[in-house]
Design a protein around this ligand. Structure first.
Ligand SMILES: [Zn+2]
Length: 116
């Protein structure tokens, strides 16, 4: 059964991908809305945060793909529902994500480009 999610909910979930340190630390599962990686933030090693000095809280980047598009279950969004995840990737990335392209979860290696 395909469930529909309101555009407002998807918009709100997008806002939960930044400055969400408190939500992430209160969550037992987090989902990356770019690559689909799901993890327990308390078991994952070497979490990388952005916005170190932002008073609203830091922003977690995905341990797998490095994109700052993580939402934790403490945010109240149905982050483990495939239909919700797909609806979000469609809205946020215009369908260009590892999830919507059906690519497996995997580490993305960023190759630094040397400029001479
Ligand atoms: Zn990811």
């Amino acid at each position: 059964m395909k469930r529909e999610y309101a555009p407002e909910l998807i918009e709100q979930a997008h806002k939960a991908t930044i400055f969400h340190e408190k939500d992430i630390l209160a969550s037992s599962v987090c989902t990356c809305f770019y690559c689909g990686y799901q993890f327990d933030p308390h078991k994952e090693e070497d979490l990388e945060w952005l916005d170190e000095t932002n008073p609203k809280g830091r922003t977690l980047v995905c341990p797998m793909c490095g994109i700052d598009c993580i939402v934790g279950d403490a945010s109240g969004f149905p982050i483990t529902d495939d239909a919700f995840i797909h609806a979000c990737t469609e809205a946020w990335f215009g369908g260009y994500s590892r999830i919507s392209e059906g690519m497996p979860i995997g580490k993305i290696t960023i190759i630094p480009i040397e400029v001479e």
